[in-house]
Design a protein around this ligand. Sequence first.
Ligand code: NAP
Ligand code: MG
Length: 404
Amino acid sequence: MDRMSKIAMTTPLVEMDGDEMTRVLWKEIKEKLLAPFVELKTEYYDLGLPYRDQTDDQVTVDAANAIKKYGVGVKCATITPNAQRVEEYKLKQMWKSPNGTIRAILDGTVFRAPIIVKGVNPTVSTWKKPITIARHAYGDIYKDTECYVPAGARAELVVTDADGKESRQLIHAFPGGGVVLGMHNTDASISSFARACFNYALSVGQDLWFSTKDTISKTYDHRFKDLFAEIYENEFRTAFEAAGIEYFYTLIDDAVARVIRSEGGFVWACKNYDGDVMSDMLATAFGSLSMMTSVLVSPDGNYEYEAAHGTVTRHYYRHLKGEETSTNAVATIFAWSGALRKRAELDGLADLAAFADRLEKATIDTIESGVMTKDLVGMSTLPEKKGVNTFEFLDAVAARLAAE
Ligand code: NAP
Ligand code: MG
């Protein structure tokens, strides 16, 4: 294809590069699958750990603010440093998770959905359509305070109001040692979570399920249930009815049972911890974490697309030693296609939207033709299949794209 016929973009896409094997994939995807077809217009932020360290993590904050400015970002997986990484990369300090930093700035909800291909069948045989998990990305145990309590201690919950008045509730008087935890959430965050979920369900035309444990947690979880119900009645019922979709609340344990019996094809909104656990369960049952996409949607309509998996460290170390790898690039490709499609939608670029569809189709067709990375070979029920390496898979997708 010559340069003149490349698809044009108008607004820059916020591009956030990352670490290790996914950084290798990132460059390859751009070179082989995007640049030959699209005149890529991105604002580039290097979220790879060395540059985060060099900029005292300012680059992560700048990237999040750029998403706020332009509306759409695409992010490569990044290392969340731990003690071992501080040593490995000689870091100035143990920088926070970039995803956590970005989520805190955008205040969003994370939606995760599996990519379905023929031959990779869900473990749950009734599932025919994808199930999207909407995970609340703020508070609860992820921002808790906890401690060990010695024998003989009393733990109390003390709330001091704006006038300095205290109210106290006994949590437990400890005859022996034990543990105690305090956590919180806010009406503002729960409400924006609810709105993000209702809007997302409308945008994909699917029912929304929401589950908590309000029978046991009669104030905390009940607050979530009440805010969802109120926002649904006041702001979304009419639009849901017009779209022919439903909002449905049930207890988390009942939801789990129903999800397993269902056909799929809905959005399941979960509190922070439930969403963390259930998204890994769904990804595994649908096939593989390497086939799970993730999008962060903020209440003011900003979108950040990424793969759900990490930087695939084990493969990267093998790659560095010159050994062959077979790393699945599908979720990272879909992060790009998702971001380009959203950019196209916001800017009214029909040919860019069509390209995003073609890129996804070429990727899925490649796998359904029997060419796939080794993680999928073990799972696929296709009679004819071939496990290829990281680069051969991308070449096969590129060939399909070019042939169209
Ligand atoms: P991971 O990178 O998701 O990889 C865990 C294992 O899952 C891999 O060793 C590999 O199994 C398999 N796997 C994951 N993605 C794959 C793919 N695309 N193709 C083939 N196999 C794939 O998780 P991790 O090893 O726990 O974490 C590595 C780093 O990623 C950490 O530094 C962590 O902080 C970071 N992380 C980042 C994000 C993010 O940026 N969103 C999310 C999670 C983790 P085999 O080795 O058995 O082939
Ligand atoms: Mg998790």
